[in-house]
Design a protein around this ligand. Structure first.
Ligand code: DGJ
Length: 729
């Protein structure tokens, strides 16, 4: 709900879970409150005078809860918006001019956003606040939409003046909280260990979480949260900011000398500048703010619902995903049609529904040194082409999927020989290769058009039901051969806009294809990519134990339906660990379930276990994709991990022990969010390996308050158990 109180001049944005109150004072837009819901009509204008009880003008500016701080006004922190005029001065003084309340949320030009298109929400009233800099003519239009329990915020910058402006700071959202007693929560990592949960006290410091790589990156996710030191998974406040963008970003928390904290998220000023000619508009990406007083799980569940149901536009967003087998870790580049069909045959006998042909099917790509860009079939590997293999896979009762890495170009490729200037590169500098490849310059329309053409032809050349869209290196020379020198700092953002145009065109042209994004595993696991593709390959690290942390961390913001999770071979190819088929499958249950190993090398026993899991997953996948996901025990804190999925009828409890313990302490796991008086019974199949006493009926309150004793039927390291509870009344 959005209310404007004429008398107090306050804007009150609210839902069942939060209130967000804005005020205008001396033309400045101030954030008076963000937190638990306030009674409708609450007037907070009494707070205003307190900000002025400091001694000088610049102290006032630093003390005020500015919504959009800028330089040259007495604010000495990092600005959220800054425009440099033709005379070189960067003073940016934006003052309130007007507002309007729109009945609906508008899509963002050229950018993905929540709750538009097919993923529309019923109620999405939008407040637009117009701020103007009278001298330069710069206008900022701040948009706020209440989306269920979240708040979408974005900013449009318009040059209504007569001179060109250089935009150097363009945050998407920021707000101030009257405390410095926060910890910063973010998702830190690297290749093969993405999105580990890190929580650090803010103290009086400035904390920056960022990417400058031209991709959201493995190292940090475009997300930051502030929480109280006492906040747990299930209680106390947390403020999350998540950016719907796939390129370089900056999220920061700044503590003022008056102990307030300004937190913001948006484009990274280190990598993004934009020239705004008179009459032009620049649209900043959207940020999604979530407040919860029900701890981190409370915040995550709001993000999960919103991103699952109102971000992904694909017709696959709400559908059950096929159980797949991917040939990458089974064969790497060494495969031919015969091998793929043997894999498919075995897979089909296990009930697997989709074969994904990964890297190496095109050009002369028999290793990772060449052929990216040459998107035509290698006839030695696939003598009957893509249509031939797809048809034969189809005859086995399975669907066929294909890997592509369209944003890249190998120097050793026909495409590069024909168009050496089509990659990102800087005059006079060598072209830095990563995995022997360069990046196509997607800021160029001719390159975008080429990709649309060539991929349209590949995707229509066979019966392709699924596409894995990979991207395996980050930007180094972020320069474009077509842009003049003064626009080169726009290359990264123009690239992302170009990528979004290509993705938009292709996903609209092939609505039946299930697209999965990937970037050396989870190097671009962000809401921007999820808008086009409803699932992402979570990490190249498929070791079951490492995956506990990766999937647990990823779930802080992203729903399980967005995560690809595969059972791979042992010893694990990334770290050499050996875990049982049960443990690997029990971990993969936490995402879109699949396999990535050579089925021809599995023992009969492992094949039988794999087959049983495929059956089990067909029964459980609706629950894991659409049920409410709750983290129960953290792998970052203990030797155990536990999580649950729950819908109206069932609860799936998954728990894991990493290392064996001598003379073990009996542990319990406490379920969450059940109806206290409802009755639950353990699924027969799961109860058969539990003590007799588990074959009874439990109340929700027992499962939540007294807990479930963790029972292990195996000794040794890396063991797991999953239990389904059926609601019986
Ligand atoms: C990186 C991906 O993350 C892997 O799954 C695989 O597709 C390789 N690229 C192929 O080169």
């Amino acid at each position: 709900m959005i209310e404007y109180n004429e008398k107090s001049g306050l804007f009150h944005l609210s839902s069942d879970t939060f209130s967000y109150v804005l005020a205008v004072r001396d033309g400045r837009l101030l954030n008076l409150y963000y937190g638990d819901p306030l009674t409708p009509g609450t007037d907070l204008s009494y707070l205003l005078s307190s900000y002025y009880q400091v001694s000088s003008f610049e102290q006032i500016e630093q003390n005020l809860p500015l919504e959009l701080p800028s330089v040259g006004t007495g604010w000495y922190g990092d600005p959220s918006v800054q425009a440099i005029g033709p005379d070189g001065n960067n003073i940016t003084k934006l003052r309130f001019a007007d507002y309007k309340i729109l009945p609906h949320k508008e899509p963002l030009e050229g950018l993905p956003s929540v709750g538009v298109g097919s993923a529309r929400l019923e109620k999405d009233e939008t407040l637009e606040i117009l701020l103007k800099d009278e001298l330069t003519g710069l206008q900022a239009i701040l948009s706020y939409t209440v989306l269920d329990s979240a708040l979408a915020r974005s900013m449009r910058l318009v040059n209504a003046g007569s001179d060109e402006l250089l935009l150097t700071h363009m945050a998407s959202a920021g707000f101030s909280l009257p405390s410095r007693r926060f910890e910063v929560l973010h998702l830190r990592g690297a290749w093969a260990r993405e999105r580990h949960i890190v929580r650090t006290p803010l103290g009086q410091a400035q904390v920056r979480i960022q990417s400058q790589r031209g991709a959201s990156g493995h190292e940090e996710n475009p997300f930051i949260a502030l929480l109280a030191p006492e906040t747990t998974e299930n209680a106390d406040p947390v403020y999350g900011l998540s950016l719907v963008y796939s390129g370089s970003f900056l999220a920061e928390a700044q503590v003022s000398p008056f102990d307030s904290t300004y937190v913001s998220i948006g484009l990274n000023p280190m990598t993004h500048q934009w020239h705004l000619a008179p009459g032009e508009t620049f649209q900043c990406p959207e940020a999604v703010l979530v407040y919860s007083h029900e701890g981190m799980n409370g915040m995550s569940q709001i993000y999960h619902r919103l991103y699952r149901d109102h971000l992904c536009r694909s017709e696959w967003a709400g559908k059950e995903r096929p159980i797949l087998i991917n040939n990458w870790e089974a064969t790497y580049f060494r495969f031919d049609e015969r091998k793929l069909l043997s894999l498919a045959k075995k897979a089909s006998s296990l009930g697997i529904e989709l074969l994904v042909l990964d890297d190496g099917w095109f050009g002369v790509r028999n290793d990772d040194r060449r052929s990216l860009g040459d998107w035509y079939v290698n006839p030695e590997k696939l003598p009957h082409g893509l249509s031939g293999i797809a048809k034969k896979v189809g005859e086995l009762g399975m669907k066929f999927g294909l890997w592509v890495e369209p944003e890249m170009i190998s120097p050793d490729s026909d495409l590069y020989r024909a168009h050496p200037d089509w990659c990102l590169h800087a005059p006079g500098r060598s072209r830095t290769e990563g995995r022997h490849q360069l990046i196509l310059d997607l800021s160029r329309e001719d390159v975008q058009d080429y990709l649309i053409r060539v991929l349209t032809s590949v995707f229509s050349s066979a019966d392709i039901s699924y596409v894995k869209w990979d991207m395996n290196r980050n930007m180094t020379e972020s320069f474009s051969a077509l842009l003049p020198p003064h626009l080169q700092m726009e290359t990264q953002h123009r690239y992302i806009l170009g990528l979004y145009r290509v993705l938009n065109t292709l996903t609209e042209a092939f609505p039946h294809i299930l697209f999965e994004s990937c970037s050396g595993g989870g190097g671009r696991f962000d809401p921007g990519m999820l808008y086009f593709m409803p699932q992402t390959w979570t990490s190249d690290d498929s070791d079951a134990v490492e995956r506990l942390k990766i999937q647990y961390g990823t779930s802080l913001v992203y729903p399980a339906s967005a995560m690809g999770a595969h059972v791979s071979a042992v010893p694990n190819h990334q770290i050499g660990r050996v875990t049982s088929m049960n443990m690997r499958a029990d971990v993969a249950i936490g995402g879109n379930f699949g396999f990535e190993l050579d089925l021809d090398r599995l023992s009969d026993q492992d094949l039988a276990t794999a087959k049983a899991y495929v059956q089990k997953l067909k029964d459980l996948r609706r629950l894991t994709a659409r049920g409410t996901f709750t983290r129960l025990i953290s792998p970052f804190e203990t030797n155990y991990t536990a999580w649950q999925f729950a819908d109206e009828k069932r609860v799936l409890l998954c728990y894991y022990r990493i290392l064996a313990e001598p003379n073990p302490i009996p542990h319990r796991v406490y379920l969450k969010g059940l109806e206290p008086s409802a009755l639950y019974q353990i699924d027969e199949a799961d109860a058969s390996s539990l003590p007799e006493s588990f074959r009874s009926v439990f109340t929700g309150s027992a499962l939540m308050e007294a807990g479930v004793p963790m029972i292990w039927d195996k000794t040794g390291d890396f063991v797991s158990r999953t239990i389904v509870f059926h609601k019986v009344n």
